[in-house]
Design a protein around this ligand. Structure first.
Ligand SMILES: [Mg+2]
Length: 305
């Protein structure tokens, strides 16, 4: 049996209490239900910790902020953008419906509503939402930069570690971090920050020349590479190429003391895999080296073997 807290959460927004009652009764057996009697109250609930619903049933005609405006604000906010919205409305001319759908609503339910239809539509959209969430969590590509993500890198690292263990061949990893990226974001805005991440990701990717090497966005402004059958000298070559190729972009960075343009610091580590150790320890060593490169003044490489 599903415990109540695992049930999807549906938020019902309507300024007519009897409508809320009927909808809530229809859905209560299968979902957790929250209610709001105004647009502002709905936005407050959604913004609260743990209040993010899996689906919203939204009345269009409400005093104060109407349903269209609530929907627009939800879709404008990256945090709430993915929540499916179904409009529930007595207005049922095509123009109104088009307006709602253009704002990003998933569907329309006309009043007076039939509980069985409401139930079926809610169920369809919830199951679609669950599938989308699952696909996103399984994805191996970073959405912003289009290069592999951390999950993919961790899988590759594990596999290459095991291969090195069997074959007695060295394995190297490198980690790069954009220098003064927080200051970059503050100065150029998040849109500018995103463009910078994409440009750096391209420069780093194009620095990899051997087919067996792979790299990923490891998180935030951090990138990592796995290099099978590579010794410290080989790892150092890539690390230095990373530094050089990012500097060669000559992207202006008004808040960097590392030369007035965007640069990266890089740490690398290398070892022949051995049984009591783990690939995670190799990554941690590279991260430690990265930290040293930062300490020594950034825009440089630091490594250990
Ligand atoms: Mg109303």
């Amino acid at each position: 049996m599903q415990n109540d807290n695992n049930k999807p959460l549906v938020l019902i927004v309507d300024d007519t209490p009897t409508n809320i009652q009927v909808l809530a009764e229809t859905l209560r057996a299968d979902y957790r239900v929250k209610v709001a009697t105004s647009g502002q109250a709905a936005l407050d609930i959604v913004g609260r910790e743990g209040g993010k619903p899996d689906l919203i049933l939204l009345d269009v005609m409400m005093a104060g902020m109407d349903g269209y405006e609530v929907c627009r604000r939800l879709k404008d906010n990256p945090d709430t953008h993915g929540i499916p919205v179904i409009f529930v409305t007595a207005k049922n001319d095509a123009q109104d419906e088009e307006r709602g759908l253009r704002l990003g609503a998933m569907d329309y339910i006309a009043k007076p509503f039939h509980p069985a239809i409401v139930k079926a539509r809610v169920q369809n959209h919830i199951s679609l939402k669950m599938k989308t969430d699952l696909l996103e969590s399984l994805a191996l590509i970073d959405g912003l930069t289009g290069i592999p993500n951390r999950r993919r890198l961790d899988e590759t690292l594990d596999a290459e570690w095991k291969r090195g263990l069997r074959n007695g061949t060295p394995l190297a990893v490198a980690m790069a971090d954009i220098d003064y990226f927080k200051a970059y974001n503050d100065h150029y805005g998040h849109g500018g920050g995103d463009e910078c991440l994409k440009a750096v990701a391209r420069a780093l990717s194009s620095s990899l020349v051997r087919p067996a090497d792979m790299m990923a966005r490891y998180g935030g402004e951090e990138f990592a590479a796995v290099m099978p059958d590579t010794d410290a000298a080989g790892a150092k070559l890539l690390a230095q190429r990373w530094c050089d190729n990012v500097a060669a972009l000559v992207l202006p960075h008004a808040c960097s003391s590392a030369g007035g343009h965007v640069t990266v610091s890089v740490g690398y580590a290398c070892q022949v895999p051995e049984a009591p150790q783990s690939p995670q320890m190799l990554l941690e060593m590279a991260d430690k080296m990265l930290y040293q490169a930062k300490e020594h003044g950034r825009n440089q490489v630091c490594g250990s073997q």
